[in-house]
Design a protein around this ligand. Sequence first.
Ligand SMILES: Cc1cc2nc3c(=O)[nH]c(=O)nc-3n(C[C@H](O)[C@H](O)[C@H](O)COP(=O)(O)OP(=O)(O)OC[C@H]3O[C@@H](n4cnc5c(N)ncnc54)[C@H](O)[C@@H]3O)c2cc1C
Length: 356
Amino acid sequence: MADFKVTELDEDLDFDSLAYWDVVIIGAGPAGLAASLTTAHRGLTTLVIEAKDKPGGQPQFLYADKKIVDIPGFPDGISGEQLSERTYRQAVDALVQFRFNDELVAIEDTDQQEKGEQLKRVVTRDGEYLCRKVLIACGLLHFPRKLPVLDALESKSVFYKVPKIGDYDGQQVVVVGGGDSALDAAVMALERSAKVDVVVREDVPVGKADSVDRVRQSGGTIHLSTEVASAEYQGGAIALTLTDGTQLTADYVVVQIGFLSAKETFLRLDVRLNDDGSIAVDPYFETSRRGIFAIGDVHGDIKLITVAWAEGIQAAIYAFKEITSPYWLNEKRLRDQKLTMIGEKITQAARVKASS
Ligand SMILES: Cc1cc2nc3c(=O)[nH]c(=O)nc-3n(C[C@H](O)[C@H](O)[C@H](O)COP(=O)(O)OP(=O)(O)OC[C@H]3O[C@@H](n4cnc5c(N)ncnc54)[C@H](O)[C@@H]3O)c2cc1C
């Protein structure tokens, strides 16, 4: 029996025949999973739509084997994969429903009213879902940027995410990229006694200086101001020639050169964006479109799992309050109303002053 009193959803509820969902969440990364637990624990029917075939977001897809050491309560660290599995299990136990391998296309307003609220229609590649609230938790990073010269090899030894540690134990690994993800990958491979070369286009890697030091101290070689000019199979390995003439041989190549951003998706949502293209939100994580919230990496400066969790939980509770409290008890709406009244008073005072 949990200490936290949850309003359980009925296990026998036929989710497939719901006329509409209370909440639809886009993305099953840390923000989406934390939000989904929170709404389902409060008895709201919750659907999560995830583009990939598994939940977890970046910790699952980009650094499944990395030991994450900054999550409170895990003094010995926890891998991205374990953390994702645990959070997902918690969501499934709370009766959150998932649709994998499907992607958000648009969010439309409808004329349909339910309990005083205008429903939204979430349009995905494979379906349509009516709902009361939408939480956008699709992160900023979507598909990894590819390197054509390596992509052309169509090799199973070229990775755009960090492969399982055991896969390259003691092998020759070339990491392409100079950001934190590339340096993290290099450190992980070095820790598994791989021989590691890092190919960096810039004259100084853009990743953290201490990560650069860790690569060098662990025996990795960093090649600066150079790029992969050509690549071909040689025996069972891949032979790489860099633009400065250096020749490298690799059992595995890990390419970490950034991501194609999800910002295209944001443009389609017709919500106000910040100057950097991220989604603008108010202090309640609501976007410029009422009833649509944005949480996690899709906005804001601090990109951390715990921050994504916290935002997901807060937005979920605000959405819950809107669904369950009448207008006059809703602190956000009251605040908005107060601000409008103050604004009107200031405008009126200015008008009076101008005319006197
Ligand atoms: C290499 C690396 C190491 C990191 N290490 C740490 C660390 O040690 N500690 C830490 O706290 N943070 C770390 N971070 C940051 C952390 O992973 C992110 O801040 C966090 O994952 C953000 O969570 P999110 O749910 O907002 O987004 P994401 O994790 O990006 O999840 C978004 C999900 O939405 C899905 N999606 C995207 N578009 C759509 C769509 N149109 N329709 C449906 N689904 C969609 C994606 O497939 C994904 O599953 C690291 C990041 C990187 C890149």
